[in-house]
Structure formats: C-alpha cells, structure tokens
Design a protein around this ligand. Structure first.
Ligand code: ADP
Length: 435
C-alpha cells in the first residue's frame, strides 16, 4: 500500500514537473502552426520570409527594392501560386512593408487567412554596439540602443527601426526580436578590437572594431562543428563569408576572436565595390590631389572600388570570371587581388589561433565558385590544405571538400541567414510567459 502511495505521489510530481517544463514552449505548441515573419531592412530595400516553424517550412518570400527611389516589388508564395513581380512606388519602408503584409493575405497571392496568424517577427539589425551581445526581444531599452547606434550604421539601423515601427503599427503587440550582425563578435579580445589610435577615441566616440556578418559566421561555425562531429569548443575555425560584401572571421572554441571588417563594413577584404583595407594616409592624399571632399573620397572607396574599381567592368564576381576567361586582364587582376587578400586573412587567423582545424566557405562566391575556392586554397598548402580533385561549384548542404589526407578540413556551408534569424526569434519567443 505504502509503495503504491509513493508511486502515485511520484507520478503526480512528474506530471506537475512536465507541465511546468512545457509551459514556456506552449507558445509554440498550442495547436495552431507557429508562423513567423523575418524582415531584413536595408537602406533601400526590405527582404522578407514567412516560415511555419514546426517544420521550418518557407511559406512565402519576397522583397521590396528601390525604396525612396521609385520602387519594385517581388512576392513569391511557396505554395505553387502565382509570383508577383512589378514596379510599385514606395516612398518609405513602412509603405513597402504594408504592401508585403497586404499580399500575405490577398486573395490572389496570399498564404495566410489573417495577419493575426503571424506570431512573431524577427529583424536583422546591423549594429547593436557593444552592449547588445545576443539576439533579444525588442523593448523600449533595445530600441534606444539601436537608435544610439545610428551614427555607427547610418544607412542600416534607421531602416531596421523603420521596419520595427511598421510592424508595431501593422501587427500590433506581436513579439519582435532583433538579431544583430555585430553580436557574434562581442567576444573579441581588446587586442583584436582596439585600433592603435589615441584611446580617447574609443572611450569618447566608440571607435573600435565591431565586425559584421556575425549571423552568418556564427551559423557557419556551428554547422561546421556539426559536420566534423566535434563540439565547437574544441575547434579552431576560419569562416570566409565571400559575397558582395566579404569578411573572414577567426572562431576559436565557438567564439569570434577576430574578423576582417572593423569599425564599419568598409574595411578588411576588397569587395564588390568596397576597397577594404587601405593606407589611412591615402584619404588625405586623394582629397588634396584629386580635389575631392573627404566624403567624396569615402564614396569612391565604398562604391567605386573593389572588384569594380580594379576591373573597371563590374562588381559582380560571375561577370569577372566570364571576362577573365575571355582574356580580360584587368578582370583577372581584380580576381587575383581578391583571392590573395582572402588567403592572407586566412593565414593571419591561423597565426592568431596558432593553428586551424577547418576553413569554411560561405555566401554567394564562397558557396558557388569552385574556381574561387581553388585559387584561395592554392596559397594554403603550407598549412596542409588539400582539396578533393573533383570539385563542384555548389553543394546542396554543408559539405566537406578537402581531400582525405588534408590536415585542415575545408567546407562549403551554404548560408541561410533568414532561417538563423527565424530560429533565434523562435527560441526567444518560446521562453516568453504565455499570457
Ligand atoms: P550580398 O548578399 O552581399 O549581395 P551574395 O552572398 O548574394 O552577396 O553574393 C553575391 C556575389 O556572389 C556576387 O559577386 C556574385 O557574382 C557571386 N556569385 C553568385 N553566384 C555565383 C556563381 N555561381 N559563381 C560565382 N560567383 C557567384
């Protein structure tokens, strides 16, 4: 009898505990599918994705471009329905977001009965400064910090704020989460993030290396560890995010310890239109000798340099590969400069970590160009890097591309930053008390 009573008490306690444990996630598992919107607001564009999170199914995606210029809208429901692709005037981000939300429930293109089905919104926010170290639910305090960082990301943070504000207007009190490009890099040590300039500029003006592409580097490093069957803590990884914007990141024990982008995303590697690192004396020299304002020199370095500047042809890697293959020597030179810079960054981070277990290639160029990866890895044979002789341009999932005997694992890891934002958002909303 006593045994039976104890058993009943134990069973009741277990049921109670199970109930408590389940309560936070009841937000997610309450019967109706958890639909979540991801917004990526750039200076003149809004990209969106709508997911059903139980199965991580993409329900719709699209973008509004050329906001404030004229406007273009693309909306792609993933249920086989018609795609909308048309010019439409968007003076503001809010109008663009309103149009996208409208389409989500429209009879012709919609994938939702009502906007109330959207249970959370995740926003990509470029700059979270030094204080926002992780993805967070957006409240008054977080909004203030994003606003305080406007001077550090003058094109991007106002756009993200506009997106957050528009969602509050159009979707009411639905929880919103900010996922930052800078957050992954807050673990960098002082020796990596401080510039060798008077310390007061750091203290008074927050001039330091922040690093960007953090959402991509964090996810790439996590998935690389998974692919290698190791825990992130035991790995020295170098993540190469090579796209229109490019950066390399040293990830030691799962944490960013250095990255090539710095105070702004203009520095580090040469990119599509950005020069990357230059001699700081060049700015004064060009201003004086070319009769340019400092702001004009900055514009040249950000918008007319990089692959475009050297080739005089295009900022697009594919265009330059094609041109180089048909004998254009400046296109070939632009590519050579790019590969050399990436290889040097990998060498620097192998030194910073006193070794490297894995090199990751991700983003448009990293994921899609076997030629780029080969050209970069050709500089790295001293590290024991050896690629499989047969290389495809792209792979459908995370794939190891190094040869069996390679001392360093080389991997292609396709980036899906929106899904990372969706997962972060879900994880945070899941912990909110059900009301
Ligand atoms: P962003 O989001 O920074 O604009 P992406 O990650 O989309 O950049 O990368 C864009 C770059 O990737 C462009 O330079 C483009 O030419 C390059 N790219 C895309 N597909 C390929 C491919 N198949 N081969 C070579 N480069 C490619």
């Amino acid at each position: 009898m006593k045994v039976l009573k104890t058993l009943v008490i134990l069973l009741l306690a277990a049921a109670l505990l199970a109930g408590c444990a389940a309560s936070p996630s009841s937000v997610v598992h309450s019967g109706t599918p958890f639909k979540l919107l991801v917004l990526n607001c750039g200076s003149s564009s809004v990209k969106f994705r709508l997911y059903e999170m139980e199965s991580e199914t993409l329900l719709a995606k699209g973008a509004a471009d050329r906001i404030g210029v004229d406007g273009h809208l693309r909306f792609e429901p993933q249920n086989g329905g018609a795609v909308l692709d048309e010019d439409r005037l968007f003076p503001t981000h809010e109008e663009a977001i309103a149009a996208l939300l409208d389409l989500l429930t429209s009879p012709g293109y919609g994938v939702l009965e009502s906007l109330s089905e959207i249970r959370a919104v995740g926003h990509r926010v470029v700059h979270g400064g030094e204080s926002l170290k992780d993805s967070v639910r957006i409240d008054g305090e977080v909004l203030k910090t994003i606003r305080d960082c406007i001077s550090l990301a003058p094109l991007h943070n106002p756009a993200a704020l506009a997106g957050i504000e528009a969602c509050r207007e159009l979707l009411g009190e639905v929880p919103q989460v900010a996922v930052f490009d800078t957050a992954f890099h807050v673990t960098m040590p002082e020796k990596a993030y401080l510039y060798a300039i008077p310390y007061e500029y750091y203290e008074d003006y927050q001039v330091r290396r922040y690093g960007f592409h953090g959402i991509s580097h964090r996810d790439a490093a996590r998935r690389a560890a998974e692919l290698l069957g190791k825990s992130p803590e035991e790995l020295k990884l170098i993540s190469c995010h090579l796209g229109g914007g490019s950066s390399v990141c040293a990830v030691l024990g799962g944490k960013s310890i250095d990255t090539t982008m710095g105070f702004t995303p203009a520095s580090g590697l040469p990119m599509g239109t950005r020069s990357g690192d230059i001699d700081p004396a060049m700015i004064g020299y060009l201003a004086e000798n070319c009769d340019l304002e400092v702001s004009e020199v900055t514009a040249v370095l950000q918008e007319e340099s990089g692959l475009l500047g050297v080739s005089g042809l295009s900022s697009d890697y594919r265009d330059l590969e094609a041109a180089a293959n048909s004998g254009d020597s400046r296109a070939a030179l632009a590519l050579e400069i790019y590969h050399y810079a990436v290889a040097k960054a990998i060498g620097a981070y192998a030194a910073a970590m006193n070794g490297v277990d894995g090199i990751i290639f991700t983003a448009g160029i990293g994921e899609n160009s076997a030629a780029a990866r080969k050209a970069i890895c050709a500089y790295l044979t001293y590290l024991g890097v050896r690629l499989e002789p047969e290389q495809k341009d792209s792979y459908s999932g995370a794939t190891r591309i190094s040869a069996r005997g390679s001392k360093v694992a080389v991997m292609v890891i396709p980036a899906d930053e929106e899904l990372v934002i969706a997962r972060d958002t879900l994880a945070i909303v899941r912990e909110l008390p059900a009301n």
